[in-house]
Design a binder for this molecule. Structure first.
Ligand code: 4NP
Length: 166
């Protein structure tokens, strides 16, 4: 990770963007989990949190119904509407978190400058209970277990992100 997290801690508002392919499974779940964690910690006003996708084909849609059901069972209400990543996101956000290698490579290639490229990091870099995890697997073509794995990894990573920025 290139972004200096210690510099972000001093900012009045830290802007975090989670990115996956469709923005209907992994990244809206990450957004909802991270939102809940910072609310529980009483620091929600220090964060602006959003998510986006590298594929625009689901723009305007709620998260995948399966993702919403599995997340709801853990207490997360996912209401984000899918939107594609835009160039201004690289300016706007402080930390841009990819779900897998394909997202990571694509985001870094889209970044308009080396400074903005340095804002891109892997969500799983923040996992502590899953130290070997190097990506959040795409659950779209999987069964129920795939969605549970996504939530396990994201809860772990989002706790790590909140700790790193607190
Ligand atoms: P996500 O999952 O990237 O976690 O939102 C996917 C959603 C849709 C598709 C692929 C992955 N799709 O090909 O439509």
């Amino acid at each position: 990770m290139d972004t200096r997290l210690s510099d972000l801690k001093d900012k009045k508002k830290i802007k975090v963007l989670f990115v996956c392919l469709g923005n209907i499974c992994r990244s809206p779940a990450a957004e909802g989990i991270f939102r809940q964690i910072v609310e529980n910690r009483g620091v929600a006003d220090r964060f602006e949190i959003d998510s986006a996708g590298l594929y625009a084909g689901h723009a305007g849609e709620l998260p995948d119904r399966r993702m919403r059901v599995h997340a709801f069972q853990r207490g997360y209400n996912l209401t984000h509407r899918s939107r594609p990543v835009k160039t201004s996101d690289f300016e706007e956000f402080d930390l841009i978190l990819s779900m897998d290698d394909a997202n990571y490579t694509r985001l870094r290639a889209l970044a308009p400058s080396p400074e903005m490229e340095a804002k891109v990091a892997r969500t799983t870099d923040f996992c502590r209970r899953h130290p070997g995890a190097d990506h959040v697997p795409d659950p779209y073509y999987d069964g129920a277990e795939g969605f549970e794995i996504v939530l396990d990894l994201l809860e772990d990573a989002c706790e790590g992100i909140a700790d790193a920025l607190s």
